[in-house]
Design a protein around this ligand. Structure first.
Ligand code: ADP
Ligand code: MG
Length: 616
């Protein structure tokens, strides 16, 4: 028998390593930006095309590479940053593994152009899928430009695995921010195709935060600062009143690198306790400096987890300095004479059209009439208003081909199974009136069993289907806002909103680009007139970002899904019998009554047959 084991060729080994290091375009962006910072650049430009799928280019004015190093840097474990294992104890650079360029070059077409200040000409290298194509002298500015084209061109499985451009771009912007928020002495620009998404000159930290997050942050931030023998802490926290409905702006940096640390996060959350509502998140940008020998950054190639030697003390120091800052700067939040918040109105762009606000008057409105279903008054399209009509879809929910397209296959199957046992008589002959337990679940009985409904999940389904129907029939009712509202978004949220602007319009949101990551909401879907629009919109965005995105789902379906989830927010309340019946009726009028659009159950049904079996 011959021996079987052999060493893998470098190109294969690199591709395997790339699986760890480069999961998506954003990971390549992180590596390239960090290399530029390590090279001592004072100006870094990042250019992205098609969410990094066709091009990621980083141009820096750093130290550049010699002709030989330009070749060497693509070798595996080739680094200029450490030499011995001891150096691992005191890492001062962001990179040190010497893996990134080798990995990236194994799965993309890469061109490197670089020149050191003292060299007369620069050098250009082309390498594709680990294969050297050429090295030629070129004239090029001092510094390095590296273009990564067609990422995963030779690993189609990975390429297909990538998410929508919106989502991939969001990841890229996030990586960009993680580097730009800490290297304030470096000027950064981020281009998406030819459009500048971010531009931040070299500045101090506060200016950097404002440049990247928007002017409004000038008034929102409280400084934190503490120097001790164990750790130096500086940075900013958001004033409690600006806490966010979404967990977005929470950044820790340790010795110049972005880190995640749930334990330290808890220190801050705890310091904010009772100052912000339960479902809100504090904003923070905290920069920790510790002796490099007391921190281990060598845990994982993507390196956002680090170990601190004295984490318990750091926790305590962080907690107390955050509390101190809140105390010092926030005793009288209303006595801020510098700004008159109501005067902070961004002027309309020059060529903006101003729409006459439309006031709708409801001639039927009677202020003395008691609203019967304040929570779940859900205006159904007229066709479902008729009682009998409502139940029909249930008997044959899968016939409706038109709708079927939007329902994922597994949803239909699950539906088929659980609905199979139902019949028309069941629903009509409710033998008992529904009742509620725990101020939440609705329990009702039908001819063939018992059903328990979660009203929140149920309204998610009801609202979702209604939205879809009106999207598809182009009959969304929009309500113009008497006082159009501006909402300041994070750059990624802003970018996503702009990309989905037509889908939002289809859903009833009249949105306009108001500049500087701000949108102007001129109209809202008629159903959510009384809701807090900023909160609603932010939670819709959060849903869009975190909700399962198959990449292929139509945008407006995703918008509908997240709107439904956000609008169905259910507070524990006692429901009137009519309200419960209303929910049951409307739920069973749905095509897929038993699941939320996200695939969670809206109800639990147990047939008497099953019950009988259980009692045998
Ligand atoms: P690491 O950053 O872990 O050392 P990389 O594969 O990212 O590994 O880079 C390999 C080497 O290439 C670096 O150690 C550095 O010497 C050189 N290098 C990479 N990018 C740049 C750049 N933008 N400017 C100058 N040198 C660079
Ligand atoms: Mg590197």
């Amino acid at each position: 028998m011959p021996d079987l084991i052999h060493l893998l060729p470098d190109s294969v080994a690199n591709q395997i390593a790339a699986g760890e290091v480069v999961q998506r375009p954003a990971s390549a962006v992180k590596e390239l930006l960090e290399n530029a910072v390590d090279a001592g650049a004072t100006q870094i430009k990042l250019i992205i095309k098609d969410a990094g799928k066709t091009l990621i280019q980083v141009i820096d004015n750093g130290c550049g590479l010699s002709e030989r190093d330009a070749r060497m840097c693509f070798e595996r474990h080739a680094t200029s940053k450490i030499q011995t294992a001891n150096d691992l104890m005191a890492i001062h650079t962001l990179g040190f593994r010497g893996e990134a360029l080798a990995s990236i070059a194994s799965i993309a077409q890469v061109e490197l152009r670089t020149k050191r200040v003292d060299d007369e000409v620069g050098t250009s290298i082309i390498i594709e899928g680990s294969e050297f194509k050429s090295q030629t002298p070129v004239s090029t500015p001092d510094g390095t430009s590296i273009s990564v084209k067609n990422l995963f061109f030779n690993v189609p499985a990975r390429r297909n695995f990538l998410k929508s451009n919106t989502l991939e771009l969001k990841y890229i912007i996030e990586e960009f921010l993680r580097v730009a928020l800490v290297n304030t002495e470096v000027a950064f620009t981020l281009y998406n195709h030819d459009r500048i998404l971010h531009q931040a000159p070299a500045s101090n930290l506060k200016q950097r935060l404002v440049a990247l997050l928007g002017n409004a942050y000038n008034q929102r931030l409280i400084p934190v600062s503490q120097e001790t023998g164990i750790v130096n802490i500086h940075g900013f926290i958001g004033k409690p009143e600006f806490s966010k409905k979404t967990r977005g702006e929470q950044y820790f940096f340790a010795n110049g690198r972005f880190i995640k640390n749930p334990y330290l996060h808890h220190a801050i959350e705890n310091a904010f306790q009772q100052l912000i509502p339960k479902d809100s998140f504090p904003t923070y940008f905290i920069y920790l400096t510790v002796d490099p020998k007391n921190i281990d950054v060598n845990i994982h190639p993507t390196k956002t987890e680090v170990n601190f030697q004295d984490i318990k003390s750091i926790y305590a120091i962080l907690h107390s300095s955050v509390r101190q800052s809140i105390g010092k700067f926030n005793i009288s939040p209303s006595l801020d004479f510098e700004v008159e918040p109501s005067m902070e109105i961004t002027p309309l762009p020059k060529d903006a059209e101003v729409n006459q606000p439309v006031i709708k008057v409801d001639p039927e409105y009677n202020p003395f009439e008691k609203k019967v279903r304040p929570q779940f008054e859900i205006q159904m399209p007229p066709r479902v208003k008729a009682y009998e009509e409502q139940w029909k879809p249930l008997y044959d929910p899968l016939k409706d081909v038109h709708f079927k397209q939007e329902v994922p296959e597994q949803e239909i199957q699950a539906n088929q199974q659980s609905i199979a046992g139902w019949n028309q008589e069941d629903l009509k002959s409710k033998s008992i009136r529904p009742f509620q337990v725990q101020n939440r679940y609705i329990i009702s009985s039908t001819q063939s069993g018992i059903v328990i409904i979660d009203p929140q999940k149920a309204s998610e389904r009801i609202i979702y289907e209604r939205l879809l129907t009106s999207f598809e029939n182009n009959q969304v009712s929009m309500q113009n806002q008497l006082h159009p509202q501006t909402i300041l978004l994070s750059p990624e949220d802003f970018e996503m909103t702009m990309e989905l602007i037509d889908d939002f319009a289809k859903a009833g949101f009249g949105i306009r680009d108001f500049g500087k990551n701000t949108i102007l909401v001129e109209a809202v879907p008629a159903d959510c007139q009384e809701t807090n629009i900023t909160d609603l919109f932010e939670s819709i965005l959060e849903e869009l970002k975190t909700g399962t995105d198959e990449g292929k789902t139509k945008h407006y379906v995703r918008v509908a899904r997240s709107m439904a989830k956000s609008m169905a927010f259910y507070r524990k309340t006692r429901l009137q019998p009519e309200e419960m019946e209303g929910i049951i009726e409307q739920l069973f009028a749905c095509k897929v009554p038993d699941l939320t659009p996200g695939g969670n159950p809206t109800m639990i049904f147990t047939s008497f047959e099953d019950l009988n079996k259980k009692f045998k």
